[in-house]
Design a protein around this ligand. Structure first.
Ligand SMILES: C[S@@+](CC[C@H](N)C(=O)[O-])C[C@H]1O[C@@H](n2cnc3c(N)ncnc32)[C@H](O)[C@@H]1O
Length: 304
């Protein structure tokens, strides 16, 4: 039987809370967290493969500037919302369904001196806790690929002001893919759905466009990009983290915690192994990764 995440098991090392420095949750508590809460607890800053350069480009496509109020749906730990507020001067509101992620995001806003400018709270993409026409832009980054597009995009449209933009930074798959590569990409979709506990799919650029149109968003523009992690991206991340010393400390802490839980828990080890398999198919394996990338897509709420 292939190993799977549901298999009952005991942690192979008895690791109580505090059994390694930097550990705030016991192994059992960490195992009980949802995938994204666990990642936020570890301190993974953000997930989208285009990194901060894609966040900035998307902000430009959505005409975000200091006069705008932006909603980030599925804000995670709040990294992009804080980053955009600092870079463009916009005010931002972030919502997510992962409780610990929202707590971490609030902590980030406080530490970065952005209270009053950036707010975070619990909120579901399908029932956003805001009145109609409240925002100048609605953004998702690696979130809409976990959502039912028809339902979620209608909700984004509802909370936008007339003439304002919805912008998404999400993965896509090409239309034409040889059957073998297509099967592998389907397998990666299943892996991500399994480890996150969320539906996960990679629409084609045309499906993303139709999603916007179906929600009544006009002038849908879908721009395709290939993931290209470069030195420039690392420099942006180091700068956003407050310089190389803070960056090094942050990542050392993240690696340390990750290693501690990975060694202590078979369940967490399996999660990371499955994550590695999925990422390899989508981002590194030559016969499959060339059919996958990310889109920066926008659609505009009608003016009338
Ligand atoms: C891949 S992470 C992306 C987080 C962040 N946007 C980033 O780029 O790092 C996906 C996020 O979407 C959130 N999410 C999933 N379904 C959601 C929903 N229905 N409503 C709000 N957030 C949701 C998850 O909790 C998670 O934080």
């Amino acid at each position: 039987m292939p190993e799977n995440l549901e298999k009952p098991e005991k942690p192979d090392v008895k690791a109580e809370r505090g059994s390694f420095p930097g550990q705030e949750l016991s192994v059992k508590e960490a195992e009980a967290l949802g995938y994204y809460d666990f990642m936020s607890y570890l301190g993974v800053p953000y997930y989208h493969i285009g990194g901060l350069s894609s966040t900035r480009k998307l902000a430009e496509f959505c005409r975000i500037d200091s006069s705008k109020k932006v909603l980030m749906v599925g804000c995670g730990e709040g990294f992009s919302a804080c980053y955009l507020a600092k870079k463009t001067g916009c005010s931002a509101v972030g919502v997510d369904i992962a409780e610990l992620s929202v707590r971490k995001a609030k902590e980030r806003a406080r530490k970065e001196g952005l209270e009053g400018k950036v707010e975070f709270g619990m909120g579901d993409a399908y029932a956003l806790p805001f009145k109609a026409g409240a925002f100048d832009a609605v953004i998702t980054e690696f979130v809409s690929q976990f959502l039912d597009r028809d339902r979620a995009f209608k909700e984004f449209e509802r909370v936008l002001k007339p003439g304002a933009y919805a912008g998404i930074n999400e993965m896509y798959r090409e239309e034409e893919i040889p059957p073998k590569a297509s099967e592998e990409i389907d397998r990666a979709e299943k892996i991500f759905a399994e480890i996150t506990g969320l539906p996960f799919s990679l629409p084609t650029p045309e499906e993303w466009r139709r999603g916007f149109e179906g929600a009544g968003l006009k002038d849908a523009a879908v721009r395709k990009f290939r993931p290209s992690p470069g030195l420039e991206e690392i420099k942006m991340l180091v700068e956003a983290m407050g310089g190389s010393w803070k960056f090094t400390r942050y990542f050392a802490g993240l690696m340390w915690k990750m290693a501690g839980y990975t060694l202590s828990s078979r369940k967490i080890r399996l999660r990371f192994r499955r994550l590695g398999e999925g990422k390899k198919i989508l981002l590194r394996k030559k016969p499959t990764s060339k059919y996958v990338g990310y889109v920066l897509a926008t659609g505009k709420k009608s003016e009338d």
